[in-house]
Ligand binder design. Structure first.
Ligand code: NAD
Ligand code: ZN
Length: 282
């Protein structure tokens, strides 16, 4: 559990306002890395992300060099363990509960950790994909990450490396020597290059997925942002879209976001306790 700053004095009254907005229903949630920090997964731009060392992989680097892919998969081989064993927290459970009650009608997540679904949420749009599956760039087939993990394990007997710091996308820090010793495997069907089924920096979200999110946003009675700095346009565009269409936006996030100017209500508070209190207030 991450320790947040002491809640601002106006938090209780803002929580009451948020409860009123959510009670009207048709809430579309847009979540980010901040919702998963209380599950032990660091974010990018919050407190937990600042302690990160390695830079995130870009699409161009990944595609451009076998060496970069080896580094990615070696780190990810270790880092995925950390992501795969993470459990949903009170915030994910609260969102699933609001969906069960019919108040939340859509969930768009920028997270790739699957924790909304693990908490029981349905029809989650994974804007940036998910780490639990792998895409073959040769034949386009998607396979479970679990199967790749077994193949990597078989290809790397005795490959022992200490897990360093875990990066947000399931990365772990390793020495060059440890990376050189790692063997990557290709698609079992066509021998093509395997990539995690996530949208890297420098890569576009598939247009159909973006359209679905715009459509969902247009039908919303409230767009509720949870734990995202909205620093990248990928998520911010839906906030702007809601604002343009006269749909109220509420943001629960520790620290400022790039969407604050579009929000009817902002609440600077830790998500787990705050969303638990929200559910209790409804
Ligand atoms: N869990 C994941 O799947 C994961 C983790 C890290 C990054 N990513 C990827 O990286 C990108 C990061 O952008 P982003 O906007 O989602 O994250 P971000 O790191 O830019 O912003 C997270 C925000 O959440 C706040 N925060 C952290 N813990 C909180 C808590 N307990 N309660 C309230 N607020 C909290 C931080 O202060 C920060 O402002 C996303 O596109 C995502 O694909 C995913
Ligand atoms: Zn293939």
């Amino acid at each position: 559990m991450q320790e947040g700053p002491a809640p601002a004095p106006d938090v209780p009254s803002r929580l009451g306002q948020l409860a009123d907005l959510v009670a009207d229903g048709d809430v579309v949630v847009l979540s980010g890395a901040g919702l998963s920090t209380e599950s032990g997964i660091p974010d990018y731009r919050g407190e937990t992300g600042r302690r990160r060392r390695a830079k995130p992989m870009t699409y161009q680097t990944f595609i451009g060099s076998a060496e970069a892919r080896r580094r990615y998969w070696a780190r990810s081989y270790l880092g995925w363990r950390h992501i795969a064993q993470a459990r949903p927290n009170a915030g994910h459970r609260a969102v699933a509960e609001l969906q069960r009650r019919g108040l939340v009608t859509g969930i768009i997540t920028q997270n790739v950790d699957g924790l909304h679904q693990a908490a029981g949420a349905r029809d989650v749009i994974e804007l940036h994909g998910g780490l639990d599956r792998v895409l073959c760039l040769g034949c386009g087939r998607r396979t479970p990450r679990r199967l790749l993990d077994e193949r990597l394990r078989a290809a790397n007997p005795g490959w022992v490396a200490r897990v360093g710091e875990i990066n947000p996308d399931g990365d772990a820090v390793l020495s060059d020597e440890e990376i050189r010793a790692f063997r990557v495997v290709d698609c079992a069907d066509c021998g093509g290059v395997l990539k995690p089924d996530v949208v890297f920096f420098g890569e576009n979200v598939p247009p159909a997925r973006v359209r679905d999110c715009y459509a969902l946003t247009e039908r919303a009675g409230l767009l509720l942002v949870l734990g995202s700095s909205l620093a990248v346009m990928s998520g911010l565009r839906f906030v702007r879209h809601a604002h343009r269409n006269g749909i109220p936006v509420a943001i629960v996030n520790q620290g400022a976001t790039r969407g604050d100017e579009y929000a009817l209500l902002t609440l600077d508070a830790p998500l787990g306790p705050t969303l638990t209190a929200l559910v209790a207030a409804l």
